[in-house]
Design a protein around this ligand. Structure first.
Ligand code: BGC
Length: 767
């Protein structure tokens, strides 16, 4: 079936195929058909492509800054270049017919097939590529060309060090070398002199070939062959590429070529087969099955695939970037997206990965402390955009005014302080769900205390009312800056303070020695903890209006002009204008960039009666422009809660297709923000599993409280909880069955629609 005119999905819901070639779509195709494994990402471009076609091999842990530019990961030299000229005509997707680009989600395999007529022959090319999940440093690619008449092929393959890079040339040097048939590029980064070594080991067979002088240019080294290829004989180039950096090993210059050679000896088929096995295991923990709607099934798999390959599963030192490893968009930095979107999509399926991400936040506490100090606060003010050290890499000027060309000083970095309580409340929830007390003691408590410290130093006390306030900030709706008492932020701050006080008590009772050590290390006193409790009890918590039930987004919000996003859009002088602070068209209005009060309803829904959720959802949804892909999933979660399942499904579909249908802009206010939307991927999964699937947690027990949209006949998802592996299946008649893996340590109790159900290992229970 077709998702769009160009894009179709296979009947089994595992394969996506895009037909035709269009230069305008190329940036999106490269993103959607990405291969990756959490260590590296290789865009879905054709092997003959170069930097102009946005080829990129993005490698984790290579953050680099050039001059006054923005910090970002490097795009490594491209080891998978293969280009052919057949009887004098260059071959490639841009000049071919019948182009098909595909992604097999089951094994993470990129494919490209195309045909091109040259003079007297029809030439067909077939490409397959995977990023290994067996050895994260490896990529393997098979390129195959065949013609229906005898042809002469001029073939080059090797490493292209001329790369697409958003914010500067990150390499001070790139040395290229052919070491016994393996082309090795050793690049050194500008800022920290990280050695990024890429090695390409290829084999070639088919036809009669003669090696001619290689192409040796600054930053490029390609082997070159003239091949006489008889009709119907495939010419095959298999390339195994290895990428290793000096942040991984001491001697990447030796390790990368050795890995590439070992991979070449194993061969493409073997590497493909070990990665297929690895993906089989991954999908066991990941696959959400939707019956009754193939498009929803496939887009959810697409979301799960991308979410998995953007997650640095191999380490607890690195974050999930807002655009993953699909390009350098958003500087490969983590935002609040990581804790509110990415992480909850993992904590009941692969909880160890959720833990990794929180350990990363603990490791970056010093960066957060530095930010707090620089801005005059105490404790930990987490970076709005966080990379390896936790220092804020979010620039003062993110956008330019397209009308005047003048820079816009946004305050995402200095004022969007909900990031800190967002992290602390996620720690609270993670510990509650997983029961990971060790994490709380070793890492979580320190995050909680330092965030509480920050909040205590941030709030202002109103002596007249006897209440604490958060002033001069940005809530989730980034278009309205410099606001006070944003409802979402204040509620988050309240919960973060409560968590810190509770954690202090809990550690005092259960881990007194660890608490004492931590108190000594961070200089914590009882007075401070008492002060947190005071702020917790008296922080202004915007409540629903008794008549309308509405919660005001921030103080004074309801006095702003009440118009729709369409009316506001009509006021634009230029379609590329930035809508927000200080002079954008949305600023004097109630039009929000993204879910804000709706975020509050999502994360704190239990605090409000259903009619309050209903009133606020219906008030705020039509006033929201959804200019962030974070917005629809939040609306989807609330829509499920209030029983508006069709609306919720519409929110889910918009979220899950944002990349596939390319509905989000790649450039805003002159800044490239393209690439895969990792929060949308996880948001779609959350709406499916935690929304429709009703998977949750309360009072120490798993909860399943589902409500399927009528378009789905069944939903099935895996759950990993405290050492137990379950599969939950929900039928269209509302039936729920829970299967417990035979290896589970004992019976597990799940509360299905309020009724406890116990499942023994190896058994299935119905409710
Ligand atoms: C959104 C933020 C989000 C960021 C990264 C922005 O457009 O407004 O809420 O954290 O993108 O996804």
């Amino acid at each position: 079936m077709h998702l769009s005119e160009r894009l179709r999905v296979s009947d089994d819901g595992w394969r996506l195929v895009e037909t035709g070639w269009d230069a305008d779509r190329a940036p999106h195709v490269g993103t959607n058909f990405l291969c990756g494994n959490g260590y590296l990402g290789y865009r879905g471009t054709s092997p003959e492509h170069t930097a102009d076609d946005l080829v990129a091999l993005v490698v984790t842990d290579t953050y680099d800054t050039v001059g006054d530019g923005w910090q970002e990961l490097v795009t490594a030299p491209n080891p998978l270049l293969v280009a052919a000229t057949v009887d004098g005509s260059p071959i490639g997707v841009a000049t071919a017919e019948r182009v098909e680009t595909s992604l097999d989600l089951r094994i993470g395999e990129f494919g490209a097939r195309f045909a091109q007529r040259v003079d007297h022959a029809l030439v067909e090319v077939d490409v397959r590529r995977v990023a290994s999940y067996d050895d994260l440093h490896l990529l393997t690619q098979r390129w195959q060309l065949q013609a229906d008449a005898d042809v002469e092929v001029d073939l080059v393959d090797g490493v292209d060090g001329v790369v697409w890079s958003l914010h500067g040339d990150h390499f001070r040097t790139v040395d290229l070398d052919d070491r016994d048939g393996t082309i090795v590029a050793e690049a050194r980064t500008v800022e920290h002199d990280v050695r990024v070594v890429v090695a390409a080991a290829s084999t070639r067979h088919g036809g009669e070939s003669t090696e001619v002088d290689p192409v040796v240019e600054p930053r490029r080294r390609f082997r070159r062959h003239r091949v006489r290829l008889p009709a119907g004989t495939p010419l095959v180039v298999d390339t195994v590429a290895a990428v290793v950096t000096s942040n991984d090993v001491d001697d990447p210059g030796d390790v990368a070529p050795a890995l590439a050679r070992r991979g070449r000896a194993e061969g493409h088929e073997q590497l493909l087969s070990s990665t297929t096995d690895a993906w089989r295991r991954i999908w066991d923990d990941l696959d959400v099955v939707v019956e009754g709607h193939l498009a929803d099934q496939t887009t959810l798999r697409f979301s799960a695939y991308h979410h998995r390959i953007c997650t640095p599963a191999h380490t607890d030192h690195l974050p999930i970037g807002a655009r993953g490893l699909s390009c350098q968009g958003y500087q490969n930095a983590a935002f609040w997206d990581q804790e509110v979107y990415n992480l909850p999509a993992l904590w009941l399926s692969e909880p160890h990965l959720a833990r990794n991400l929180l350990v990363y936040r603990h490791r970056t506490l010093d960066g957060a402390r530095r930010k707090a100090e620089r801005l005059g606060y105490r404790g930990a003010y987490y970076a709005w955009m966080s990379t390896d050290t936790g220092d804020d890499v979010c620039p003062d000027v993110f956008f330019v005014d397209v009308l005047s060309g003048r820079p816009i000083r946004n305050h995402f970095n200095d004022w969007q302080m909900h990031i800190s309580p967002d992290l602390a409340t996620t720690v609270a929830r993670y510990v509650e769900i997983t029961g990971d007390e060790r994490f709380l003691v070793d890492h979580g408590a320190e995050i909680a205390f330092e965030v509480a410290r920050f909040l205590h130093s941030f709030v202002l006390y109103d002596e007249v009312r006897g209440t604490y306030h958060c002033i001069r900030l940005l809530g989730p709706d980034e278009w309205h800056e410099n606001v006070d008492d944003n409802a979402f932020t204040n509620h988050q701050a309240h919960d973060a303070l409560a968590f810190a006080v509770d954690t202090h008590e809990r550690l005092a009772a259960d881990h007194p020695v660890a608490l004492e050590q931590l108190r000594d290390r961070i200089g914590l006193t009882d007075d401070e903890v008492a002060a947190w409790a005071r702020v917790r009890d008296r922080i202004a918590l915007p409540e629903p209006d008794p008549d309308t039930g509405l919660i005001e987004q921030f103080r004074g919000f309801f006095e702003l002009e009440d118009v729709t996003p369409e009316q506001v859009r009509a006021r634009l002088l230029d379609p590329g204008e930035y809508w927000g602070w200080p002079n954008g068209v949305a600023v004097p209005t109630q039009v929000s960039k993204q879910a804000d009060v709706v975020m509050l309803l999502w994360l704190h829904g239990d605090r409000f009666e259903s009619k309050i959720l209903d009133a606020n959802y219906h008030y705020y949804a039509p006033r929201c422009a959804h200019f962030s892909t974070l917005s629809h999933p939040a609306h989807g979660m609330v829509a499920v809660r209030i029983g508006e399942l069709d609306r919720a499904l519409a929110h889910l579909r918009t979220t899950a297709t944002v990349d596939l249908l390319s509905t989000a802009p790649s450039v805003v206010g002159g800044t490239f923000i393209g690439g895969i939307h990792t929060a949308a991927c996880s948001g779609a999964l959350q709406v499916a599993v935690q929304g429709f699937g009703g998977l949750g947690f309360a009072d120490g027990r798993l909860v399943v409280d589902p409500a399927l949209p009528s378009a789905w006949t069944a939903l099935e998802y895996p759950v990993a909880w405290r050492g137990h592996h379950l599969r939950v299946r929900i039928g269209s008649d509302g039936s729920v069955s829970i299967e417990s893996h035979a290896d589970n340590p004992g019976p597990v109790e799940v509360v299905v629609r309020g009724e406890p159900v116990t499942v023994e290992p190896g058994a299935r229970a119905a409710a």
